[in-house]
Write a protein that binds this ligand. Sequence first.
Ligand SMILES: [Zn+2]
Length: 310
Amino acid sequence: MNRRLMWLACLMLTLLPATLRAADADTYRVLASIRPIALLVQELTAGLPVQVDTLLPAGATTHDYALSPSDLTRIKRADRVVWLGAASEPYLRKLVQPHPRQLAWESLPELLRLPARAALHSAPHEHHSDHGHHHHGSDGLDPHIWWSVPNAILLARALEQQLASERPAWQAQLQQQRQRFEQGLLAQLVEQRARFAIGFKPFLLAHDAFHYLEEDLGIQSDAAILLDPEARPGVKHLLTLKKRVQEQHIGCVITGALVPASLIDKVDGQPPLLRQPLDELGWDYPGSRYSEWLAQAYGKLAECVGLTLG
Ligand SMILES: [Zn+2]
């Protein structure tokens, strides 16, 4: 090695650790309460020094989760916390609300808010569900807002603004990626709506978590076995559903981790229902892009209602 190269190598060795430290300090940490939010942040900030973490582990539900001491540390250390908000995630209220940089999806002014539905989705006498169970959240809001494309676009716009005001150098890239995100989601949805408009077979939900997804696609499930995962359905409800499965020729049920198979057995008939798993919190999707995750969900739903690829 000649002297000049040697000198260069020495210089690099002394510089390298400092460069690494600077890069690490520059990493912007986002803590998302649930995985679909994390996927959205990851897609929006791809290529930027942003580290996205999910608070709720796989298998836990927004309906009930006990925070550990290490979760508290993660909340405190985050540069920004993105969550649903106090109505849908009451267990986070005391910890996240005081955080100087928190963004509550629910609090965005133009949010699409769908009401919690009655268990039978199309019965004519049940248009207004002011009797019976309210799905978590006393205001009657269906909390599963993360399935809605219009809501995803609102969150991406709010995030773009907030991140760009904190890191002005990222502004151009954020804007470009947010626009691409929006256009991609909308184009995908237009295509999918056309696909589902051809007609679909009646289907059932194990847990009533997909109202926003159905709304986007222009379809409607027939009924849900569970409104609230903590509440056991009554025998009468299960018998009604079993009867409907036969009478309406329902062929498929969207299942998830929250509803035990034994409960689905109780409404099953002959021929047996096709059981299509779809995780309401996105843990069945291994990638890192919100739009791709939604595309996967559309595909699973299409299979459930008897639509072939096209
Ligand atoms: Zn739910």
